[in-house]
Design a protein around this ligand. Sequence first.
Ligand code: IPD
Ligand code: CA
Ligand code: CA
Length: 263
Amino acid sequence: MENICKKVINIAQEAGNFIRTERKSFDSGNVETKGVHDYVSYVDKRAEDIIIEKLGLLLPEAGFIAEEGTGSKKEGGLNWVIDPLDGTTNFIHGMPPFSVSIGLIDGKEMMLGVVYEVNLDECFYSWKDAHAYLNGEKIRVSDAKRVSDSLIATGFPYTEFKRMKPFLKSFQYFMENSHGLRRLGSAAVDLSYVACGRFDAFYEYGLSPWDVAAGAFIVKQAGGKISDFSGGDGFLFGGELIASNGFVYDEFKADVERFMKAD
Ligand code: IPD
Ligand code: CA
Ligand code: CA
């Protein structure tokens, strides 16, 4: 798995280099709308083509769960979970962060994760039974003990506004009771920043598997905890996720659950 992970890092960086180069001459006239506030460009699609072509050669038996729809999923076996450009809105507006996110699952088990943040040239990665790394250096989650000592990341939904009221109430609570709230614009980067201790905690709903597969795995390998808002393991396909270091997890999860599961 280590060897495969090293090759996936090269593939993520190749796609990231393409994205960086295209950004220099990117014209916002090239943006297409997939849904409400949901944008895509030839850069997302071409990056996905690059990734899928290379991953197909690396593990011909694996299927694909990829945001722009290339390839098909294999039931029960190995599948790559790919977001070729996480943070498209940031990319379109010419601001960091944006990233390439590639995970590998075997059935339900995560085997490896690679998140390459293009602007800072930072590659976060881990494979099964290994530490988590940032550009070759071991990383660990923070040791903040309480929500009141934590910097918290989140993301705002683009389309699903039904849960807006409890979500806004949770913002007020965390603004008043933590070091602050941040919305960077790439869930894969939010998770990677939890893994290396820049953020202490992250929560968001309305997420897709490709936003979280690689990053959630890297958080776990860096000593953190991941769950859905109820503490269960439905974070990959269930659209909602909590990530934090192990100390702050119980308190943070109880806070998120109190707001987001109240009706
Ligand atoms: C988005 C980013 C963002 C999150 C959205 C995602 P995209 O992915 O991860 O941080 O808030 O829910 O859809 O569309 O830029 O690949
Ligand atoms: Ca995404
Ligand atoms: Ca994307």
